[in-house]
Design a protein around this ligand. Structure first.
Ligand code: FAD
Ligand code: SAM
Length: 672
């Protein structure tokens, strides 16, 4: 857990969205009271979806024609009940080749509550196999991107929550077919603006098609001006006409981010070079391995120890701990999105490994006035199914043991067994785990990289991902990334009869997790300038003292001064100065310092060239005290990037994770 709060100055804004306000027709159909419009045709929602969106985008033919490992991306305006998504998924499973994948990116300003979603989708029992996992997803109504994976990773869903005019321009990647839905232009004029069509064009390529239920004049004109062809065709049900078309004129590329973050490195991945070497078998390496393996990549995962998760990722219990900020800082946004993704992932993996995690809920105690104020402020900015502020007495009921302070309760969170998480992530037929293998240096090869390993062994790979935490910076190619180690020690305490009542993880200065195999993990120390992995009594005492101070009753339940210390573990959190991990491509450092020298004089200088990248080289490191939350989503975004797919996070967040940011900052502050 990080000691310092992020300091980016931003105005607090509520991140909570309003759920859709619905009325129900007699036939079970939802109607929006806000827009006074139906979610789908009164004639037949299913048939409408097929006629308007699926057939008019020629999806049956296009799905069938997909090649091995191809990913087809659908973009949609207005997720609503998810009916269009489910129909596209069902069709994809029926006719696309087994190794092809579907990424459905949708936008929504007024998400349905889980109860309403379930009720609306109960209209389609023929889709229940697909709607059940969708309804089971936890989707708090809040701004930002939420990412989900179904059917063993074959189907991905990214929900961009918020107004489409704001969310669509932030999408990173291109769409193959648009479902231009949304209530009718007459009832929802704010959405059908020229900006919508411009944003769609910017996220399209010359084979991108679209289809929409409306043939309103303003929509046709807007689409045409944005560069799409406009073809009127027979509408569905009571609608005489609808419109479909394709992008026929690519828009001028508008650079909306600094050139040093322009990633000109979308690799051309054919099946023959869909293989990668990942170095580092912790949470970062294993998450990346799984995300690539799901996309058909053959992954070699190298680890220097004789098993996975032997360093920071090896604790017996880790907590899904979020330190959120009322401001929409990049850090807070990434943590929230990572938190939601990890929970989704854990839920989908737990059937493979029942001891993977416990959704015990997490309590964050308001340990002083400042924290209490921050907690109360957070409740104004986040939906209360994500977090709520409870009194000490309410928290005691939740925790199963008395706690003395009020605080936040995160009902969806819990504790995870990080080592089992790593093993489960890396358990895939496309992943070859090679242990006792240390990367010693990396040389540019004619095609890709030569990895020099211990014992004089060498291997080559076109794509190399370094996930070695702080040791990543031993490689000269990455030594500009300011990764720092902070030692942490955890203590394992024997459960007592009383402490076994603890039902949730309780966090104050430190944390205590519910008993697992009759042991509680309590932790964790923060030891600066200490590079030793030796477990110390002093560390154990510090951990116990944190419990004594913040949660005295819990401390006593654990045995107080007579607590039985069974074991302990010390390892290192690898942090960055801004607490965001370093994830992405690596620039040629020397060349960058030369090409962007003007940054030292004028950070706003108009540069015309993009950086030279070390092609095929990537990093995923610097996850600090919350790798459980940030590493899986980082793995997913790297895999999407390597596969040339739409990113699960927005374009501006990608910049905030880019390792290049440290060069830019250092140069603009004249520190390098
Ligand atoms: C005491 C403590 C408590 C924590 N508690 C929590 C918590 O409650 N919740 C949470 O979310 N996070 C927690 N964290 C943070 C979390 O554990 C880390 O963020 C996460 O494990 C980082 O994963 P990683 O894969 O980046 O690093 P690591 O797990 O350290 O993995 C890096 C791997 O790279 C390998 N490697 C390094 N160099 C080479 C090389 N040259 N060749 C081959 N392999 C190499 C290493 O052996 C290692 O296995 C805690 C950390 C500590 C230290
Ligand atoms: C007709 S419904 C979509 C039906 C949906 N595609 C389905 O399969 O159920 C239109 C949706 O657009 C959403 N919407 C309306 N205006 C929006 C905007 N400006 N930004 C994002 N979503 C919007 C509405 O909340 C609603 O869910």
């Amino acid at each position: 857990m990080s000691k310092k709060a992020s300091s980016e100055p931003q105005q607090p804004t509520s991140q909570t969205l309003t759920h859709a306000d619905l009325e129900w027709k007699e036939n079970g159909q939802p109607v929006s009271t806000t827009f006074d419009d139906v979610y789908f045709s009164t004639v037949s929602g299913l048939k409408e979806t097929h006629h308007v969106f699926i057939d008019s985008n020629a999806l049956p033919e296009r799905f069938e024609a997909l090649k091995q490992n191809d990913c087809f991306t659908i973009g949609e305006t207005g997720f609503g009940t998810g009916l269009n998504f489910l129909c596209a998924w069902a069709l994809f499973e029926q006719i696309a080749p087994a190794t092809a994948r579907l990424h459905f990116v949708s936008t929504e300003k007024y998400p349905l509550s889980q109860k309403d979603l379930q009720q609306a989708l109960s209209m389609w029992p023929e889709l229940s196999e697909y709607s059940k996992p969708l309804v089971e997803c936890y989707m708090p109504a809040m701004e930002g991107q939420q990412h989900f994976s179904f059917a063993m990773g074959r189907i991905k869903l990214t929900l961009c929550l918020g107004d489409v005019l704001k969310t669509l321009p932030d999408l990173e990647g291109k769409v193959d077919a648009w479902f231009l839905d949304g209530f009718s232009p007459a009832k929802n004029p704010d959405m059908w603006q020229p900006e919508l069509f411009t944003a769609m064009a910017a996220k399209s390529h010359l084979e991108t098609t679209y289809a929409t239920f409306t043939s309103a004049r303003g929509v046709r004109d807007g689409l045409s001006e944005a560069g799409f062809s406009v073809e009127k065709t027979i509408g569905f049900g009571h609608k005489r006409e609808m419109v479909k078309g394709r992008l026929i004129k690519e828009p001028e590329v508008r650079v909306n981010k600094p050139l040093w973050f322009q990633d000109n490195l979308q690799p051309e991945v054919s099946d023959s070079n869909r293989s990668a070497v990942i170095v580092g078998g912790g949470l970062a390496g294993c998450s990346t391995a799984m995300a690539l393996a799901e996309r058909g990549w053959k992954v070699t995962l190298l680890e220097q120890h004789n098993g996975l998760a032997r360093e920071a990722s090896g604790n017996p219990q880790g907590i899904l701990y979020t330190k959120l900020s009322a401001n929409r800082t990049p850090l807070s946004r990434f943590i929230t999105e990572g938190y939601l993704y990890t929970i989704h992932l854990l839920k989908s993996l737990v059937s493979q490994q029942p001891e993977l995690w416990q959704q015990s809920g997490v309590v964050q105690l308001a340990i002083n006035e400042k924290v209490r104020k921050r907690h109360l402020e957070l409740t104004q900015h986040f939906p209360n199914d994500l977090l709520s502020f409870l009194t000490a007495s309410e928290l005691s009921d939740v925790a199963g043991l008395p706690v003395e302070q009020d605080g936040l309760y995160f009902p969806e969170a819990g504790w995870v067994h990080p080592a089992l998480f790593c093993q489960t992530l890396a358990h895939h037929e496309n992943i070859n785990i090679v242990t006792n293998t240390q990367l010693q240096s990396l040389e540019k090869a004619e095609k890709g990289w030569t990895l020099n390993l211990n014992g004089g062994n060498r291997i080559q790979s076109q794509h190399v991902i370094i996930a070695c935490a702080k040791a990543s910076t031993l490689l000269p190619q990455m030594n500009f990334i300011p990764l720092k180690n902070i030692r942490g020690q955890i203590t394992e305490i024997e459960a007592t009869k009383e402490s076994s009542h603890l039902k949730t993880t309780v966090c104050g200065e430190g944390y205590a997790a519910p008993a697992f195999h009759c042991k509680h993990t309590i932790g964790a120390t923060f030891d600066f300038n200490n590079e030793s992995t030796e477990v110390t009594d002093e560390g154990h005492q510090k951990n116990l003292m944190m419990q004594k101070e913040c949660a005295p009753a819990l401390y006593h339940a654990l045995g107080g001064e007579q607590a039985t210390i069974l074991d302990g573990r010390a390892s290192f959190r690898c942090t960055t100065p801004d607490y965001l991990p370093a994830v992405g491509t690596i620039v040629d450092q020397e060349q960058f310092l030369e090409d962007f020298a003007m940054l030292r004089k004028n950070v706003k200088h108009h540069f015309t060239q993009t950086p030279k990248y070390l092609e095929g080289l990537y990093i995923n490191a610097g996850h600090g005290s919350r790798g459980l939350i940030t590493a899986p989503l980082s793995g997913e975004l790297l895999a999407a990037q390597l596969s040339g797919e739409c990113s699960p996070i927005t374009s501006d967040l990608l910049n905030h994770l880019s390792p290049t940011r440290f060069l830019v900052r250092g140069m603009s502050r004249n520190q390098i």
